[in-house]
Ligand binder design. Structure first.
Ligand code: UN1
Length: 507
């Protein structure tokens, strides 16, 4: 795998970068194992605190220059980055698939998300709009403008090892910010590859060293970003536990955070659903990325009259799933990220059984030829109850819970009765049901879909969710505003000094 991408060819890869430069000082390494075959694919040097401080100082200096580059010019640089990702789409998609374990198709899809957000950001670079207001005072003008916030720290998760970085970085860059990326310690190599892929663009455009930074490490490194008052915004994607720690640390120093945390996404299948549409959407939603998307379908809230048919159809569909090497184009489901994730899956299965749940599609861990890494599990479907603790928590694995309902009100209540609030969907051909689901009294999630599944959001919409999902919004719509500070300006072009609210103040 090492020669397909312009990853630095040292035996151990330097894991700290300010753009064109890569280096390391300490000796601590992060080992990247492919869950596909368990092999050690790279060793990346972890950033030391001194490395981190050098990165932040370089980023600060870069910001002073980068913010002066006109936004459409910054957009043009992002456009060139998009071209680079087009060039390396297949190679990077393959590396994502190999390092993380998602199917090659999904690896390609992830790189496509980078390309899409680059295109979006280019357009956005000419649309950093503020409003104008009419002043209550004569000969006064009011308007607002948006300025960059400064350094944006990006903490990303293993499951979308490159796309989530790009949603943040590409927007942040057109806004005039500089970025420090801390990728997941489970996928350090794909991050290095991205940094390499954009290197020529940075160099050819004389982008100051420090606009695109990378620090490698675990929890400590994330904490440095969260606690550092020099980092204006911390955008963190990952577990709710991690997000709470980051959110508290950033709030304590009055910084800004953008949190995109766990989901517990449900699809409601009404008795008015077109099941030919619903079944493939459910199966892709539940088993895509081996159930490790934050948008994965975890709960299926099914009209009780449909239960026998849903059981049959799901059993038939799951029987066709091919589990194995994600780079094999015929495979639907690759491995989980590591053995800890397998243990999490096994714990959830045990909890379901203990609570009295039964399986429509049986769980299991795969062994033998092709499964030597010990990370392959069988996607399973359980009949369960919504209030069970195992159903209430997010297990990053392909486990789908089927929960029956009788009235749509009840289904919506079940759908909302979890701590998380990311994505949701209803399958129905009934207009009243669809609109009720989307209404103020409907889904409480950041994403609510009709007749499509919970995962696979396009980058054009704002992405994120409510409650324990953290409230942040990334990628499309007006998510760019999070990366900027708003300034309200009032200008007096007259010859008198009237006060607002009609106050008189005579001297
Ligand atoms: C994530 O799992 O962190 O909507 C992001 C989706 C993808 C992004 C998922 N576009 O499933």
């Amino acid at each position: 795998m090492e020669n397909i991408l312009p990853v630095p060819q040292h035996k151990n890869k330097p894991g700290t970068s300010t753009g064109q430069q890569f280096w390391h000082h300490g000796d601590k390494t992060i080992d990247s194992y492919s869950p596909t075959d368990g092999s050690l694919i790279a060793r990346v040097y972890a950033s030391t605190r001194a490395d981190y401080d050098r990165v932040v100082e370089t980023a600060q200096a870069a910001f002073a220059q980068w913010r002066l580059v006109p936004a459409p010019k910054r957009g043009d640089i992002v456009r060139q980055m998009g071209d680079q990702f087009r060039l390396y789409k297949s190679d990077l998609g393959k590396l994502v698939s190999f390092e993380m374990g998602k199917s090659f198709q999904e690896g390609l899809g992830e790189v496509q998300e980078i390309i899409d957000i680059c295109d979006f950001a280019v357009g956005q670079s000419r649309q950093l709009y503020g409003l104008t207001m009419h002043s209550e005072r004569p000969a006064h003008r009011m308007y607002e403008q948006y300025h960059p916030v400064g350094i944006v720290g990006i903490i990303s998760a293993f499951n979308f090892p490159v796309a989530v970085w790009s949603w943040n970085a590409m927007l942040a860059w057109v806004c005039g910010d500089v970025c420090i990326w801390k990728p997941s310690e489970k996928t350090p190599l794909t991050a290095l590859a991205c940094q390499q892929i954009i290197q020529d663009v940075l160099r050819n455009n004389d982008v100051p060293e420090g606009v695109s930074c990378l620090v490698s490490g675990g929890r400590d490194t994330g904490e440095w970003l969260a606690r550092d008052p020099r980092v204006a915004l911390v955008s963190a994607t990952g577990s709710t536990r991690m997000g709470k720690a980051v959110g508290v640390a950033v709030a304590e120093r009055m910084g800004r955070s953008l949190l995109e945390l766990g989901g517990n996404n449900a699809i409601i299948v009404s008795n008015n659903a077109d099941l030919d549409l619903a079944i493939p959407a459910i199966v892709f939603g539940a088993v895509g990325t081996a159930g490790q998307r934050c948008t994965t379908t975890r709960r299926l809230i099914v009209h009780q009259s449909l239960l026998p048919e849903i059981r049959n159809r799901l059993a038939r569909a799951y029987a066709q799933l091919r589990i194995g090497d994600p780079l094999d184009p015929t495979v639907h489901v690759g491995p989980l990220i590591d053995k800890d994730a397998v243990a999490g899956y096994q714990k959830a299965v045990a909890d379901i059984r203990e609570a009295g749940g039964t399986f429509i599609v049986e769980p299991g861990t795969l062994t033998g030829a092709g499964y030597e890494s010990g990370c392959y599990v069988k996607p399973c479907v359980a009949e369960a109850q919504n209030h069970w603790p195992v159903v209430q928590r997010e297990t990053f694995a392909p486990i789908l819970y089927v929960i029956p309902y009788t009235t749509l009100d009840e289904a919506i209540t079940l759908q909302n009765s979890v701590p998380q609030g990311l994505s949701s969907a209803i399958f129905t051909l009934n207009l009243r049901e669809a609109e009720q689901f989307l209404s103020v009294a409907g889904s409480d999630c950041g994403i609510a879909n009709v007749n499509i599944g919970t995962s696979g959001a396009e980058i054009g919409g704002a992405f994120g969710g409510e409650k324990e999902t953290g409230g942040g919004r990334e990628s499309g719509s007006d998510a760019w505003k999070t990366y900027m500070r708003r300034q309200t300006n009032t200008i007096n072009y007259g010859a008198t000094m009237p006060l607002a609210q009609g106050i008189t103040f005579e001297l």
